[in-house]
Design a binder for this molecule. Structure first.
Ligand code: C2E
Ligand code: CA
Ligand code: CA
Ligand code: CA
Length: 283
């Protein structure tokens, strides 16, 4: 809609914020985002493909600067990473997500697993394991209810120190997942050296295998092989970005364990997720 009069300013200023939020504006805003309480988490349910039960949720970060439009992570995570702001922001995410896990449990929900994304910078931060241990102790979240998600590229950079970091987290009982699998360069067998629990198949891969199923069996065969190999390594397989019933059915046929995606649910507020369970229990 076209704004008029004094609304004009508002219109163009919003437009600018949406499109051209320049680096400096983002950076200085982000610097105060935690203390100003402008960060929030959405939670996307993770579904058991066998029976449709919600097993857990992935915490996804949003930034709501006062009087401005909601900023999605793709617009600010890189800057947070480059400036190092991801370290305090990431700690806030972890603390908030773990506290939420406990709050859900106390509200009578099942003991959900909470998945939290770790960026490369956070992963390399000295004392990561101590920080995680502190947050778990402070919030009362059980270590095995927390799953940390890292991408393959983070592991590939410095595999030896990555393996040590993962081992320390694993020794604490924290669950570890490889995020965006299929977009990187590594093979499953390469991942054998890391103490990981789960593999999250990237949504581009999910889209491809389901779309090409009718035309050729090759992609389906590759997906089936990946899932079977992951299972033989004791990994849980989670499909990301499941948007259609067809994709869900196909993944089920391939014995994929869990799924996440708009077909089941978009990322939602903690209260909305809680509501899902209350509704479910009542019906
Ligand atoms: P990701 O970890 O791969 O998270 C999944 C993204 O896919 C989320 O986008 C989610 O909303 C979206 N998604 C879920 N289901 C579907 C679907 O069915 N179709 C489509 N098209 N998309 C779907 P979001 O929330 O915008 O997050 C983008 C990325 O930002 C995340 O990708 C993650 O890499 C990063 N991120 C988000 N929160 C955090 C955080 O707390 N810390 C760090 N370091 N990174 C984060
Ligand atoms: Ca993720
Ligand atoms: Ca992902
Ligand atoms: Ca991603």
């Amino acid at each position: 809609a076209k704004a008029m009069g004094r609304g004009n300013y508002q219109f163009y200023s919003e437009e600018m914020n949406a499109r051209t939020l320049d680096r400096l504006t983002l950076e200085s805003g982000l610097r105060h985002a935690v203390e100003r309480g402008e960060l929030q988490l959405k939670y996307q349910p993770q579904i058991d493909l066998a029976d449709g039960a919600i097993l857990g949720a992935e915490a996804l970060l949003r930034w709501q600067p006062a009087g401005q439009q909601l900023v999605m992570p793709d617009a600010f995570i890189t800057i947070a990473e480059e400036t190092g702001l991801i370290v305090p922001i990431g700690e806030w995410v972890l603390r908030t997500a773990c506290a939420q896990q406990v709050a859900w449990r106390q509200a009578g929900l099942p003991d959900l697993r909470i998945a939290v994304n770790l960026s490369a910078r956070q992963f390399r931060q000295p004392g990561l394991d101590a920080m995680v241990a502190r947050v778990l102790a402070d919030t009362g979240c059980a270590a095995d209810r927390l799953e940390l998600e890292i991408t393959e590229s983070v592991l590939m950079e410095r595999p030896d120190s990555a393996a040590e970091t993962l081992q320390r987290l694993s020794d604490m009982g924290v669950q570890l997942a490889i995020d965006d699998f299929g977009t990187g360069y590594s093979s499953l067998s390469y991942l054998k050296r890391f103490p990981i629990n789960a593999l999250k198949i990237d949504r581009s891969f999910v889209r491809d295998i389901a779309a090409k199923r009718a035309a050729s069996n090759d992609d389906g065969a590759i997906a089936a092989a990946v899932i079977a190999l992951a299972h033989s390594m004791g990994l849980t397989v989670v499909a990301e970005g499941v948007e259609t019933e067809q994709q869900r059915d196909f993944l089920r046929q391939l014995h994929c364990d869990q799924a996440q995606g708009f077909y089941f649910s978009e990322p939602m507020s903690a209260a909305a997720l809680e509501h899902l369970f209350i509704q479910g229990a009542a019906s």
